[in-house]
Design a protein around this ligand. Structure first.
Ligand code: GLY
Length: 317
């Protein structure tokens, strides 16, 4: 099987000023992840590596650079899944740079699938994850976005539960997320997704990203999907699972299933988002109903990438 790695850096109202940083970061991520696959590594290692790259990069809403809740704190969440239906999910972590790696440990070291809150923090400590000094994941950009959000909210202009409003404006902060889908030389599929959620969320709010079938799903008999966008919308629609079910039952391509299902979600629930898909035969699907979504993939020694609707740039991998 030809190995492929496909990544996204979040769907949303990405401002012009943020475009070049996102494109640089997405290309770095896909190259780092693909270096694992190229050397015969597993899809699981590749998606973890790609997501770790974006968790370190403040251009993305995951790990360092995550959105802030109304207390001005970072609460991160992530999920990882492999095509034989094993998975690990975490939520409400703080001061940990790589929640995706904690999710992987949940999959590999426990009999459970999903850990959250302070006991998930304790699990991370037990697994020797570094707990950073409080506030280490907070960036100036995230603080500015929260200040703007709170200002608008106090004027009755904005709430996090109004996706129509958020999408019509240059909304503060980006309701994006980072994710990766890979297929390795053995035909194994893996998916990883990580996020800081949305700016101005109520402390304790959990989004779509750690929820299997919404943020992440992998099934070697169909394909893999990672999603991004307005969590309250994505989790109610079960975006990832619906894309795969369309491929499975209607035998449509990854692109057709991804495009149809993202459009259907926005038609039904108004909120916007995006998804990336790889089928079990290595077919690619990319679509977003938001203004922008950074994406990139490496296949056949070429790196394909874009961020605006209709983009399809190619360069040497
Ligand atoms: N998809 C990110 C979130 O809403 O939490």
């Amino acid at each position: 099987m030809e190995p492929i790695l496909l990544v996204h850096g979040g769907a949303g109202d990405i401002t012009n000023a943020r475009v070049s940083g996102k494109l640089d970061g997405i290309k770095t991520s896909v190259r780092r992840g693909f270096s694992v696959l190229k050397n015969g590594g597993s899809a699981l290692d590749a998606v973890e590596e790609a997501v770790r790259s974006m968790e370190l990069d403040e251009n993305f809403n995951a790990g360092y650079g995550s959105c802030l809740n109304t207390n001005g704190e970072v609460e991160v969440e992530a999920s990882i899944m492999i095509g034989d239906l094993k998975s690990g999910c975490v939520t409400l972590l703080h001061d940990i740079m790589h929640p995706i790696s904690v999710a992987r440990k949940v999959m590999e070291k426990t009999n459970h699938t999903f850990l959250g809150g302070e006991q998930a923090m304790q699990f991370a400590v037990n697994q020797n994850f570094e707990i950073l000094p409080k506030g280490s994941l907070i960036t100036q950009n995230a603080k500015d976005a929260l200040a703007e959000f709170l200002d608008r909210q106090s004027k009755g202009l904005d709430t996090i539960f109004s996706p129509t409003e958020l999408d019509k404006k240059e909304a503060p902060g980006e309701p994006g997320t980072v994710g990766a889908v890979a297929i390795d030389i053995h035909g194994n599929i893996a998916v990883a997704t990580s996020t800081g959620g949305i700016t101005g969320k109520i402390p304790g709010r959990i989004g779509d990203t750690p929820i299997l079938g919404s943020g992440t799903y992998a099934d070697n008999t169909i394909g893999g999907v990672s999603t991004t966008g307005h969590g309250e919308t994505l989790m109610r629609f079960n975006l990832a699972q619906r894309i795969l079910q369309k491929m499975f039952y209607e035998k449509v391509s990854a692109q057709e299933a991804t495009e149809f299902t993202v459009k259907e979600m926005t038609k039904r629930l108004v909120g916007t988002g995006g998804a990336i898909t790889i089928s079990k035969s290595g077919d690619i699907g990319i679509h977003f109903s938001s203004k922008r979504m950074a994406w990139a993939y490496i296949k056949s020694n070429k790196l394909f990438f874009g961020i605006n609707k209709g983009d399809s740039y190619v360069e040497s991998a």
